[in-house]
Design a binder for this molecule. Structure first.
Ligand SMILES: Cc1cc2nc3c(=O)[nH]c(=O)nc-3n(C[C@H](O)[C@H](O)[C@H](O)COP(=O)(O)OP(=O)(O)OC[C@H]3O[C@@H](n4cnc5c(N)ncnc54)[C@H](O)[C@@H]3O)c2cc1C
Length: 277
């Protein structure tokens, strides 16, 4: 129930042009796609809503999904279930798992990919590791940025005035062995490229929800090129390097120990292609 004493204006533009002009006119308006973020923490009898809301889901330009040979392009208002319906033969495996991990299941019909990125929830870490491109538009500008430029170091979103997320572009070449797991508030993602028994290339990160992401390209370079399975000595060496990397950051002892165990177990279990007899 909405508090009847408060005035509420809900706008539903039906084209991108109208949306961008409206947002320029009412820059304090609150954009909403799935609207789940506004509802999340409301436990009082009356919903507390901003005075002006702009509903995004009626804008067709934000609801397209297209694909080329190299990437999948998704409008910011496409829901989680719609992306899942494309299938895991098209959507990269780690992203597919991230989309599936969003609960409760019914929420997947509401939550949009743009809103999920904006709030740095389940899909954010894997999209960060995939280094996806994001299109931002306002009534006066249009630009593409890499996702690692979307948030400042202190976690604040870096949108210019009246700018909205319009599309995202996900590359297909993201590795033939992908992992996505969530353990409480900790997320682990890895994208590896394995040919026969050689780990050609690996990217991995740990992400603490409501916190930061931790990735070391130096450690990735050290582990890439090894034969699989990795020896205990190599696993110990690599996790030791990652522990030293974590020591340079403000990570709680609990998360540090958890990450150490997860990485050790992941590296120990990395295997090449099974031999066919
Ligand atoms: C009970 C419950 C459980 C949940 N559990 C999970 C979970 O397990 N995992 C998970 O990942 N999520 C979960 N969510 C959803 C999560 O809380 C995020 O709020 C959600 O992903 C946001 O997506 P949305 O489309 O609803 O965004 P909205 O709520 O519509 O918007 C979120 C924010 O993003 C901004 N925004 C939205 N779209 C754009 C755009 N195109 N351009 C610029 N800004 C934009 C809005 O202004 C707002 O500030 C849960 C939500 C609820 C209610």
């Amino acid at each position: 129930m909405i508090n009847s004493n408060s005035s509420l204006n809900v706008y539903s533009p039906t084209s991108l042009k109208d949306l961008l002009q409206l947002y320029k006119k009412i820059p304090t308006a609150h954009l909403y796609g799935g609207g789940t973020d506004i509802l999340k923490d409301q436990s009082r009898k009356y919903l507390k809503l901003p005075e002006n809301l702009i509903y995004l889901k009626k804008v067709p330009e934000l609801s397209y999904i297209t694909r080329t040979e190299r990437y999948l392009e998704i409008g910011s208002c496409v829901t989680i279930n719609r992306i899942l319906s494309i299938g895991n033969h098209v959507v990269p495996e780690a992203l597919f798992s991230a989309l599936q991990s969003i609960t409760p299941p019914s929420i997947k019909n509401l939550v949009t990919i743009g809103g999920n990125i904006f709030t740095k929830r389940n899909t954010y870490p894997v999209l960060l590791l995939m280094n996806i491109s994001i299109e931002l538009k306002s009534s006066d500008s249009s630009r593409w940025i890499q996702i690692n430029k979307l948030f400042s170091n202190n976690g604040k979103i870096e949108l210019s005035p009246n700018e909205i997320i319009t599309r995202i572009r996900i590359p297909f070449e993201t590795g033939n062995k992908q992992t996505f797991s969530i353990f409480g508030d900790l997320c682990f993602c890895s994208l590896a490229n394995i040919q026969k028994n050689v780990l050609n290339n690996i990217n991995f990160l740990f992400h603490i929800f409501d916190g930061n992401s931790y990735r070391s390209r130096e450690v990735e370079a050290e582990v890439s090129g090894h034969n699989l399975p990795l020896s205990d000595r190599t696993v110990g060496y690599i996790t030791g390097l990652f522990v030293s990397f974590m020591e340079k950051h403000d990570i709680s002892p609990y998360h540090r120990a958890y990450i150490n165990n997860l990485l050790t177990s992941y590296l120990k279990n990395l295997s090449g292609e099974e031999a066919v007899y």
